[in-house]
Design a binder for this molecule. Structure first.
Ligand SMILES: Nc1ncnc2c1ncn2[C@@H]1O[C@H](COP(=O)(O)OP(=O)(O)O)[C@@H](O)[C@H]1O
Ligand SMILES: CC(=O)N[C@@H](CCC(=O)OP(=O)(O)O)C(=O)O
Length: 256
């Protein structure tokens, strides 16, 4: 099965263009089976503000106390997942929302309970469940919340969740849809790059903030045999007539 895992970032959920939905139709017409993992960081921040709860991050991960976890779940499962599934339906795409914590979809473990609270890393993915939905011609839209073996629900960075799903499914491709055209260096789009170049961009400060978990996830996926990962904009036609727009991260090291 030609599965493509698509991470749809919270930064662009309110700005997805008609071209995004056209690209999904094109992928489907070309035989790809999409699986979406969505984020929702900005919407969580807004709701925490409303509840007067401070947003704190440690190494790019949200420090998640019990109260924050309630808000995270309310926003991701109750708002952003619903929003994306209905946008897909409006765009003529049959999708089904799936809480990562339901049915063992994403099994997770605490990363460091003292430091981060209810933040998890994915330890297992119920690929049978996801594959059943794909075989029913539905696009699973997965919320990045995992359930631990001892019954806790854990907040997972959506880039890492998408990478875990792509690896578990043995996806053909993995795509990070965000609010910029791809990796930019001094304002220029980098059309193709490799793991080692990315390490240099991070060291020189050209890649920072929210782009770091994306490129780290991309590299972890490349290590598992998926040989091309794309970072693309949800505001543009990222796939048309079998042509991609954005940054391709490949496992091949380029000769400089
Ligand atoms: N080299 C880079 N090229 C493009 N964007 C970058 C780069 N380094 C950091 N960024 C930042 O990463 C952001 C995307 O990450 P993030 O805000 O977490 O989005 P998402 O919600 O889609 O995961 C961009 O809007 C930009 O501010
Ligand atoms: C642990 C952790 O940081 N979880 C993220 C989950 C959402 C997410 O990753 O959303 P984006 O893709 O929009 O950034 C958070 O709480 O913001």
């Amino acid at each position: 099965m030609k599965t493509i895992v698509i991470k749809c970032g919270g930064s662009v959920l309110d700005e997805l263009s008609p071209a995004f939905f056209d690209a999904l139709h094109s992928l489907k017409n070309d035989g790809y089976k999409p699986v979406i993992v969505h984020g929702g960081g900005p919407a969580i921040n807004a709701m925490l503000d409303l509840y007067k709860i401070d947003s704190k991050f440690h190494n790019g991960l949200r420090v998640t106390c019990e109260k924050t976890m309630e808000v995270v779940e309310m926003v991701l499962s109750g708002k952003t997942n619903r929003q994306l599934v209905s946008l897909l339906a409006e765009g003529g795409l049959d999708a089904i929302g799936l809480n990562g914590s339901d049915g063992g979809c994403l099994v997770a473990d605490f990363i460091n309970k003292e430091e981060l609270g209810f933040v998890g890393t994915v330890t297992m993915v119920n690929k049978e469940l996801i594959n059943k939905l794909i075989e029913s011609e539905l696009i699973p839209v997965i919320t990045p919340i995992g359930a631990s073996e001892d019954g806790n629900r854990l907040n997972i960075n959506a880039d890492y969740a998408a990478a875990a799903v792509a690896k578990a499914l043995g996806a053909e491709r993995c795509l990070f849809v965000t609010n910029v055209d791809g990796i930019l260096v001094e304002g220029e789009l980098i059309e193709e790059t490799s793991s080692s170049e990315i390490q240099e961009y991070i060291a020189s400060g050209h890649i920072y903030g929210g782009m770091i978990p994306k490129v780290e996830s991309a590299i972890s996926v490349l290590d598992k045999g998926i040989n091309r990962v794309m970072i693309v904009s949800g505001k543009k036609a990222f796939y048309k007539n079998r042509e991609w727009a954005g940054t391709a991260i490949t496992s091949k090291e380029r000769v400089k």
